[in-house]
Ligand binder design. Structure first.
Ligand code: FAD
Length: 291
């Protein structure tokens, strides 16, 4: 399948790209093209104009900022997987990237494209949710920040106006001692997951002092399990505690589609949440043994 006819624009600067977005009607940004091109080939979308932002190198950086990490919207999945900054300060993201599609897609696909496409089963939204990310969007007339939990406005509907571009995303980093876990179930390796969970834990001695748990694939956007997090904090890790915390995943709505029923996805989410919690706790044990 070939895409329908469109007019191609390749701006050399962010300003030029934002001007194009403001003036062209029916325009779509082209980032990695890994979701947009198949959707055009299948005629799900037929934009008149394509604005290719691959020349905007200033959007491709991953860098350390004040107390976080800033990802330019054009940072590729594979770049995040291999980034020394990510591996050192938010290693959960590097782990999560291993589950995104296949090597070829990870080489081209971008964090900005994934967050603008906003597939409910994508890994990025859940990974950003546990890191309390802020998404920065710009247009030719202004800019604004959107907290990650206000990003999803419905099914594949990000908090983005037609003339706005997602330019960068900042995640808050946790202390170096924190531990993390990620688990998902997909029918085949590289497929979108039916459901998954991302976890960050910090400890004060033997007691969990801070917890972040997010689910993917069960609602239109990532879900932070605040009740489960509150249950974990102040407790020592145990099989019983993790089971109880993971059971909170049953409160999500679930998504019914051709791939799985809502009730099945919810069951999968419970199992994935427990696995991610166990992984985090095991990482801490291994680290203690190695010290
Ligand atoms: C076979 C296959 C399997 C896949 N499996 C997975 C998977 O398991 N997990 C997963 O997370 N993803 C998966 N993907 C999707 C992949 O991660 C894409 O890279 C991602 O969804 C889109 O990123 P992109 O950079 O390619 O965006 P594009 O395809 O270029 O764009 C996607 C959409 O976002 C808009 N857009 C892009 N950048 C911006 C921006 N900066 N600001 C505003 N709007 C923007 C575009 O206009 C378009 O509407 C898979 C894709 C394929 C083809």
């Amino acid at each position: 399948m070939k895409p329908p006819v469109f007019e191609y624009h390749r701006p050399e600067s962010l300003r030029e790209a934002l001007e194009l977005l403001a003036t062209l009607s029916d325009a779509k940004i082209l980032a990695g093209g890994q979701s947009l091109m198949p959707m055009m080939n299948f005629r799900y979308v037929m934009p008149e104009h394509i604005i290719d932002i691959n020349r905007l190198k200033e959007l491709a950086e991953i860098k350390r900022v004040h107390d976080g990490i800033k990802f330019g919207a054009m940072a590729r999945h594979d770049q995040a997987k291999k980034s020394e900054i990510v591996l050192e300060h938010c290693p959960l993201i590097a782990v999560g990237m291993e589950y995104v599609a296949h090597a070829q897609i990870r080489n081209r696909g971008t964090i900005g494209g994934s967050m603008a496409h906003l597939d409910p089963s994508a890994e990025w939204p859940a990974l950003l949710a546990v890191h309390d990310a802020t998404l920065h969007v710009q247009s030719s007339s202004g800019e604004r920040d959107v907290p990650i939990l206000e990003w999803s406005q419905g099914f594949m509907a990000p908090n983005l106006a037609e003339d706005e571009m997602l330019t960068d995303i900042t995640v808050a980093t946790w202390p170096a001692r924190h531990v993390y876990g990620f688990a998902e179930l997909a029918r085949r390796k590289g497929d979108f997951a039916l459901a998954g969970a991302a976890v960050l834990l910090d400890f004060d001695g033997e007691v969990i002092s801070r917890a972040a748990l997010a689910l993917m694939g069960v609602e239109v956007g990532p879900v932070r399990m605040i009740d489960a997090e509150n249950l974990l904090v102040g407790e020592m890790p145990s099989d019983e505690l993790f089971r109880e915390a993971a059971e909170h995943a049953t409160v999500v709505a679930g998504i019914d589609d051709v791939h799985a029923s809502a009730s099945y996805r919810k069951k999968v989410a419970v199992v994935m949440a427990k696995r991610a919690l166990e992984q985090a706790s095991n990482r801490r044990k291994i680290r203690a043994l190695a010290a």
